[in-house]
Design a protein around this ligand. Structure first.
Ligand code: SAM
Ligand code: SF4
Length: 354
């Protein structure tokens, strides 16, 4: 195993940690007994927004084109995941996934797999008005649109682009295209948009969108995350309760990270993903593929397993599947954010795939 110094801490690359003791099963089992069935596929690290908590104004050092998996490589790895590794759910993300021109082609190929995986997309929504129908036709079942504020001036400040009207049109287009549910993801930050829990929920109730708040995590490239600036799940619920009644949603939560609440008796719901204050690592069922073909067993992991190199060197499908299984067997127990000595991953959220 080689360790490439990209700053502190390092990303360990090369073959995965030995799969000693791994039972002979095709599934993506880890040594704590969890089985990954949900694959997050990052299709690009680039973005057309510059959300202050995610990217600096000048952007990041984007991956060069040859480093990215091309259409065929991406489709091959997704097919291995579904056919050989038991993946039942695919979420496409980035960077901004709509920047990838071959996205519909990749989605169409994924939707043609049997058993057909559930397909969803996480997007900033800027390009959605033109793409929603095509995405639905290609096989997207659900879409998550990120929106942290409903105030145009604040949106322009927070994303460094004045694109709120495009996002609102994109949300409407997603609904009109039959994508269901259309979810809205929001991150609240102290001193930035912490006063928007209620306005965001009012907006989503009016539009028929399902809102989920996500606690801000230490995944920013500036490494400026500050626990005190994070608006926690309990604080969000307290703010919502000043205007709405919230009752626990009785549906089985399973591996779903969002704790859901019925709003004013339902049927509308709101979710809170308290990854930091109430980690759900013990129920995690995710595996991740980065846009440059690396497997990550955990968003916060410090180890990546290179599939692109093996794939380009002529590895068979079964050899790639074995590498993937070994990578997942070594999945850490948890993200460790709340532990002394926690080290933030080198790659930011936008490069891993949020
Ligand atoms: N560009 C697309 C978007 O914004 O939806 C997809 C990628 S983005 C990295 C995915 C999600 O991650 C967004 O909802 C964004 O708000 C969220 N995100 C980014 N940085 C985050 C952080 N440090 N903590 C929590 N969520 C974060
Ligand atoms: Fe782009 Fe999404 Fe990051 Fe915003 S959160 S800068 S839209 S990748």
């Amino acid at each position: 195993m080689t360790a490439v110094q990209l700053g502190m801490p390092s990303i360990a690359t090369g073959p995965p940690v030995g799969p000693a003791g791994r039972p002979d099963t095709p599934a993506l089992l880890d040594s704590y007994g969890r089985v990954a069935t949900d694959l997050r596929v990052s299709v690009t690290d680039r973005c057309n927004l510059r959300c202050t908590y995610c990217m600096p104004a000048e952007g990041l050092d984007w991956l060069a084109k040859p480093e990215l998996l091309d259409t065929g490589e991406l489709v091959r790895l997704i097919e291995i995941a579904v056919h050989k590794l038991g993946i039942t759910e695919l979420r496409f993300t980035g960077g901004e996934p709509l920047l990838r021109k071959d996205l519909e082609e990749v989605l169409g190929a994924a939707a043609a797999l049997r058993p057909r995986p559930l397909i969803s997309l996480t997007t900033n929504g800027v390009g959605l008005v033109r793409r929603a129908e095509g995405l639905a036709a290609a096989g997207v079942d659900r879409v998550n649109v990120s929106l942290d504020t409903v105030r145009r001036d604040r949106y322009a400040e927070l994303t460094r682009r004045d694109r709120l009207p495009d996002v609102l049109a994109g949300l409407r287009a997603a609904k009109a295209a039959g994508l269901d549910p259309v979810k809205v993801n929001a991150v609240l930050m102290r001193g930035v948009n912490e006063d928007e829990a209620v306005p965001l929920l009012e907006f989503c109730l009016d539009g028929g969108y399902e809102l989920r708040f996500i606690e801000q995590m230490p995944l920013d490239p500036q490494h400026a995350w500050d626990r005190a600036a994070m608006v926690s799940g309990p604080e969000i619920l307290a703010a919502l309760r000043t205007r709405f009644t919230l009752d626990p949603h009785t549906a089985e939560r399973g591996a779903a990270p969002a704790e859901r609440w019925l709003v004013n008796g339902g049927p509308a719901t709101v979710g809170v993903i308290a990854s930091v204050s109430q980690p759900f690592c013990a129920a995690c069922d995710r595996t991740r593929l980065t846009a440059d073909g690396q497997i990550r067993s955990c968003l916060f992991g410090t180890h990546e397993t290179d599939l692109r190199g093996a794939l380009r060197a002529g590895a068979t499908d079964e050899e790639l599947a074995e590498r993937w299984r070994a990578a997942m067997w070594a999945k850490p127990a948890g993200h460790g954010i709340n532990e002394v000595g926690f080290a933030q991953p080198v790659r930011p959220m936008s490069a891993i795939g949020g």
